[in-house]
Design a protein around this ligand. Structure first.
Ligand code: TMP
Length: 396
């Protein structure tokens, strides 16, 4: 039995992905016997239509000095954040104040450095925070919470925009998050965040979106219901293609109610697609089991014909696929990746070796599991010289 992280009411898990290591817990051989595991189960609160994982590691276990994710590792994401920052500028004027939550290596905030505004980023992972500081981007090495804003007098009730990307779904204490926003946002301020979208996960059966960092998979209905009870209105939503399908949510304090017609239409669509109810979860569970069987069949068939398989992109998401489907080095020889913090280590739980992506070009793999499927365009462009590749994914 578990409890909804917002309503605190009892919830019955509808699915288990089994014992799971940390999604970003890439490790050395000497640490195999110390590996941390937890039970990855999912529940759904029908009251607020909220898809959530139950047990999860503490945020400090994940976001620390070894966090191996750098926004700037993807050219596409750099471009995305540039465009996103241009869009955000419409909410700003001279002397405005802006806060980014989970500002990572400063890829987004970099676009505001030259403007006449006051800005600050919150980034709890020390190694990525250090990169932002080297770039002279104002960043606080802390979690965004009520506890960590005591010396931000300049920003309290005066912040025009609070923005986040792929971060709100990481925050287990959403109530504290909303209280922190409330303490900082000006009366006409805007809260904007974009997160992996539950509807896209259902559509693609991209269950690899479910891992320790993604405590919630939001829908428009859930965001609207959660924030409404804290006097915020969801005034607009904009679908995004990032992270395999995300949604940008735009919220305002209730008294600034705008025309919510567009949001209403999206909510009706979610109702039709059963994204707002447990029924959708149960269909998704069936689809995950189908995807798991199909994937194992595909991989074993290739191996039976004496061909080799490698992986491309040692993503955090790949940890869920590999452990849920029980796929180890007997099926996938290695995974190629660009991140220096991962190269030379092994994948969490299943212990597949991670190699430098430059070796991929020299290798003769024809069957490549594209774990970084959400970066498909960028990777295929980079590896376009390679012909006859059988790119494999678990997506249906
Ligand atoms: P993520 O999905 O957890 O953000 O991880 C993406 C991983 O994919 C990261 O380890 C870097 C890797 N990657 C490549 O190896 N090549 C690429 O071209 C891109 C865009 C990402």
């Amino acid at each position: 039995m578990s409890f909804c992280k917002i309503t605190k009411k009892k919830l019955k898990p509808f699915m288990s992905f089994g014992q799971m290591p940390l999604a970003n817990g890439f490790l050395l051989k000497k640490d195999f016997n110390k590996e941390f595991f937890y039970n990855l189960e999912t529940s759904f609160s029908e009251e607020i239509s909220l898809f959530q994982i139950n047990d999860h590691p503490k945020p400090k276990q994940m976001f620390n000095k070894h966090y191996p994710f750098f926004t700037s590792s993807s050219k596409f994401m750099i471009k995305h954040f540039k465009k996103y920052s241009e869009w955000v500028k419409k909410f700003l004027s001279n002397n405005s104040r802006l806060i980014e939550i989970g500002s990572n290596d400063g890829t987004f905030l970099e676009n505001f450095k030259k403007l006449d505004i006051e800005y600050i980023g919150f980034e709890p992972s020390y190694n990525v925070f250090k990169i932002a500081r080297q770039k002279k981007i104002n960043t606080i090495n802390k979690f965004f919470s009520t506890q960590h804003i005591y010396n931000l007098e300049n920003f309290k009730k005066k912040t025009d925009v609070i923005v986040g990307s792929n971060v709100v779904c990481h925050i287990p204490d959403l109530v504290d998050f909303i209280k922190t926003v409330d303490l900082l946002l000006s009366s006409n301020g805007t809260l904007v965040f974009e997160e992996p979208y539950l509807g896209s996960m259902y559509e693609k059966v991209s269950y690899d979106q479910i891992y320790d960092e993604h405590i919630f998979l939001f829908s428009i209905t859930s965001i609207s219901k959660i924030f409404r009870s804290f006097d915020f209105d969801l005034v607009d939503v904009i679908p995004q293609i990032t992270h395999g399908g995300s949604m940008r949510y735009i919220l305002k304090r209730k008294k600034n109610r705008n025309d919510l017609g567009k949001v209403k239409r999206f909510i009706e669509k979610e109702k039709k697609l059963k994204i707002d109810s447990l029924e959708g979860c149960l269909q998704f569970k069936k689809n995950c089991e189908m995807s798991k069987n199909k994937l194992n069949e595909t991989l074993y068939k290739i191996k039976k014909s004496n061909q080799k398989i490698c992986g491309y992109g040692a993503t955090s998401k790949s940890t869920t696929i590999l452990n849920y489907c029980n796929i180890g080095p007997e099926l996938i020889d290695c995974i190629f990746d660009t991140t220096k913090e991962k190269i030379g280590k092994f994948s969490p739980g299943m212990h597949i070796p991670i190699y430098n992506y430059k070796l991929f070009r020299k290798s003769n793999y024809n069957n490549v599991f594209l774990f970084a499927w959400n970066h498909k365009k960028e990777i295929q462009l980079k590896e376009k010289k390679l012909k006859n590749i059988n790119w494999i994914t678990h997506l249906i």
